[in-house]
Design a protein around this ligand. Structure first.
Ligand code: RAT
Ligand code: ZN
Length: 421
């Protein structure tokens, strides 16, 4: 194969990034068989919790007045405030514009009701396939919460799961709210007590095993606050060391940790009221040292933790950094983090996940992630070509495919085709 010339490099890399399908390893999406949990359409897009604080600030409305509105009125308020009375230049606003544009909707009149008519006219099943095609996503990993009443009842009916969707078992409610979780477990027939006992630990393992059996997750996952320390004798520390880590080993499942979220800093904002804090990297060092056979996928929320995470990944092959999470998922920080990771970890990380909650968000989140990756790769390929290193099209395809999907599947040691649905 011919080496790529500097003059063609940028367009070839962009084209390859666009054409390479991604595995989206962390989303809050569900297939249509999950009924009301499957979110899509213009009102859901405008009521996305990333946009709520922007609306409340710009409209100068009290949060309780905002939440007293119907979903349609909230969407109208957001449209009016953020898109008509100002140019929609924040990351989440530009996302909505990009979605409308990719769906070929008329942006000249900026008429929200015409967008509603469009979404109402769609066949939902065909629309999912259309969005997956536009965003070129070949696998979507859900976040499945065994404590969520709506999700529990859907899983118990053994829903049909579209083969693009895979599960991950999200254990926040267990690890971060043990006293409520223990009451729920008792109600579901698990013999646990709020004060720990070895019987409790084995019953918690039985509960997780039952949900692994039901949902067939690719990995277990938990988000943790910035002040979390490990090891520790708090309920969360004990649940990790006595229940979750043993199960990761027994079931050969990786653990995804998302660290640095301060929940409910402003509870009036509901889902939009969480914040960020710098976490202690020693948590990851201790886990990776004590459990070298467990594979950890880790994302950290604060900008200040990103460099330490790269350094730590250089020390531990059982640690794979992934994504630019939530408040780090914007043009500035994604660029910074992706460039840092390429320089410190070469091809051994997962640049992005979408965290999409509303189906069509896949379109803009992956458009942005691909552009940022392409730009960062081009900078490095230029330096290599200028030093007379030859690079072919298939070299670039190999690199992009690893970063977009391959690293994840080899780290979890599975092939998409092997997963039971
Ligand atoms: O990014 C988000 O949508 C947040 O609300 C959180 O869900 C976060 O990603 C998480 O998974 O806890
Ligand atoms: Zn998330």
């Amino acid at each position: 194969m011919e080496p790529i010339l500097l003059s063609n490099l940028s367009s070839v890399v962009r084209e390859i990034c666009k054409a390479t399908p991604v595995t989206d390893i962390h989303t809050h999406l569900f297939p249509s068989s999950f009924g009301a949990l499957h979110l899509w359409g213009i009102d859901e897009l405008l009521n996305y919790h990333y946009l709520i604080p922007e609306t409340i600030r710009a409209a100068n409305i009290a949060s309780n007045d905002y939440f007293a509105l119907t979903p349609k009125d909230r969407a109208d308020l957001t449209w009016r405030t953020l898109f008509l009375e100002s140019n929609p230049y924040s990351d989440s606003c530009r996302g909505v514009v990009k979605i409308l544009s990719e769906l070929d909707l008329d942006l000249s009149k900026k008429a929200i009701d015409t967008y509603r008519d469009y979404f109402n006219s769609l066949n939902p099943a065909q629309h999912i396939q259309h969005v997956l095609k536009l965003s070129n996503v070949k696998a979507v990993v859900m976040s499945n919460d065994p404590f969520d009443p709506e999700e529990r009842s859907i899983w118990k009916d053994r829903p049909h799961i579209d083969p693009t969707f895979y599960s991950s078992l999200r254990l926040d409610a267990l690890v971060n709210s043990w006293s409520e979780a223990s009451t729920s477990l008792q109600g579901w027939g698990y013999d646990v007590i709020t004060e720990f006992s070895s019987r409790t630990e084995s019953e918690v393992r039985r509960f997780i095993r039952d949900w692994i059996e039901l949902t067939q997750p690719l990995f277990l996952s938990i988000s943790l606050p910035p002040d979390f320390s490990f090891p520790n004798e708090s309920p969360s520390g004990r649940l990790l060391s006595h229940c979750i880590f043993p199960l990761c080993s027994e079931q050969d499942l990786p653990l995804a940790l998302m660290i640095g979220v301060k929940r409910h800093v402003n509870p009036c904002l509901e889902l939009a009221g969480d914040s960020v804090g710098k976490a202690d990297i020693r948590v990851i060092e201790s886990m990776c040292t004590e459990y070298p056979h467990i594979r950890f996928l880790v994302s950290m929320l604060s900008r200040e933790n990103q460099h330490e995470l790269c350094v730590t990944a250089r020390k531990f092959p059982n640690l794979l950094p992934f994504g630019c999470w939530w408040f780090s998922s914007n043009l500035l920080l994604q660029r910074e983090i992706t460039n840092m990771r390429l320089d410190m970890l070469g091809p051994t990380f997962i640049p992005q996940h979408s965290d999409a909650r509303v189906l069509e968000q896949l379109i803009y989140k992956w458009h942005n992630a691909r552009n940022i990756l392409a730009e960062a790769l081009v900078t490095r390929y230029i330096a290599l070509i200028e030093a007379e290193w030859t690079i072919t099209r298939s070299d670039i395809e190999r690199d992009v495919s690893r970063l977009s999907s391959g690293n994840f599947w080899s780290f979890i040691n599975k092939k998409p085709s092997e997963i039971k649905h």
